[in-house]
Design a protein around this ligand. Structure first.
Ligand SMILES: Nc1ncnc2c1ncn2[C@@H]1O[C@H](COP(=O)(O)OP(=O)(O)OP(=O)(O)O)[C@@H](O)[C@H]1O
Ligand SMILES: [Mg+2]
Length: 361
């Protein structure tokens, strides 16, 4: 099912501020759309609006081109999965999954078939006649998913469904959810504040902050072409390194320490045309390399204050100024030494307007 939000704004009763402002979004049929953003940015509010659990202050919501602003949740053909599994404690797994279908007076054989098929898909066949409290968190979350799947909705709405699971289980459930989505093809809107979940699961990411959508696109768009400084810092670990400075002739010069990075003619032209005075230059830890402090290709020269071996690679922390550091990712066998000065050569960077914070180029 296609979901369309047109100019949707939301102000809760009693609040003086809008939680959402002019949200425009198209979620295509079969999309796995991840709504991403920091705590309090309005993700749950947006999901509940799609579910019909929150009213819309302004704007329109359309399902397959039909306006559904006033359609009751039960008539929307959707299934929701929450962070808390909200299973019925007194019913066994089978009954928990069958319950919604029984309410719809489905035939017993249909219910039996669908519950068993979903249980098989989720590998919980063994637990069908156990009570929720006899299951682990991950198993309970599967039951909650199963309950949604058996209803064969046109739309799945999920609000941080994995956040109560431990790191290992989250990882495997991520993969499972993606493969279930591939099999069923049901349009899914999935809320999370975890950028890794968004990057690994989404066909489309919607990144929100300050009541509005900051960027919509495929995961790689966010990594390769962040639209503004907020997006650049939100996506990727470690956080993108940022230098603040000005541009003279064809060179970026940082305010601290006069570090220099030569820019392309195209970038210089854009900065001149838009009369941008303050510029942020950002680079990811993996887009720079450590060189000798004497190397004339070094863009920055800094003191190494921490080295962490993460297994596959090392993270080298260098001090730019007190409390402001730069992190570089190197191979695991890198020989950089603690408390020495090293050069940093930047291989790829992003430029942002220092006033609007928008991407340049
Ligand atoms: N029922 C409500 N009444 C008044 N204000 C609310 C209500 N629900 C949410 N808000 C406000 O709307 C804003 C967004 O809340 P929301 O729960 O949508 O954020 P979120 O992005 O889901 O956050 P989190 O990641 O912490 O779950 C917050 O400022 C919150 O205080
Ligand atoms: Mg929330």
């Amino acid at each position: 099912m296609k979901v369309e939000l047109r100019n949707i704004s939301k102000k809760y009763e009693g609040n003086s501020f809008y939680t959402l402002e002019n949200i425009n979004l198209e979620i295509e049929d079969n999309d796995f759309c991840v709504i991403l953003g920091p705590s309090g940015c309005g993700k749950t509010t947006l999901l509940r609006i799609i579910a019909g659990l929150n009213s819309i202050t302004k704007g329109d919501l359309l399902f397959d081109e039909v306006k559904v602003n006033n359609l009751l949740p039960k008539d929307r053909d959707i299934a929701m999965v929450f962070q808390s599994y909200a299973l019925y404690p007194h019913y066994n797994v089978y009954k928990n999954m069958a319950f919604g279908l029984e309410m719809k007076h489905e035939k017993k054989e249909v219910i039996n078939y669908r519950v068993r098929a979903a249980a098989k898909l989720l590998s919980i066949e063994k637990y069908l006649f156990k009570k929720p409290k006899e299951l682990s968190g991950g198993q309970q979350q599967r039951v909650a998913l199963g309950r949604a799947i058996v209803r064969k909705p046109k739309l799945f709405l999920m609000d941080e469904p994995l956040s109560n699971l431990d790191a290992k289980l989250r990882e495997s459930m991520r993969t499972e959810l993606v493969s279930i989505h591939r099999m069923l093809g049901t349009t899914t809107v999935y809320v999370t504040h975890d950028q890794l979940e968004a990057m690994t699961m989404a066909t489309k990411i919607v990144l929100m902050n300050n009541q509005i959508i900051q960027q919509v696109g495929q995961p790689e768009d966010f990594y390769n072409k962040p639209k503004n400084l907020f997006v650049a810092k939100f996506i990727g670990t470690p956080t993108m390194n940022i230098l603040e400075g000005t541009v003279e002739n064809d060179t970026f010069i940082s305010n601290l320490n006069d570090y220099k990075v030569k820019l392309t003619q195209e970038e210089v032209d854009l900065i001149k045309a838009e009369k941008i005075e303050k510029v942020y230059l950002g680079f990811r830890s993996e887009d720079a390399q450590i060189v000798s402090a004497a190397d004339e290709n070094a863009n920055l020269i800094m003191l190494v204050i921490n080295i962490e071996l993460l297994g596959m690679n090392k993270q080298i922390t260098c001090e730019m100024t007190l409390g402001q550091n730069i992190i570089i990712t190197t191979g695991k066998d890198d020989k950089t030494k603690l408390d020495t000065k090293c050069g940093i050569k930047i291989n790829k960077y992003h430029l942002f307007n220092g006033v609007t914070n928008n991407r340049i180029g």
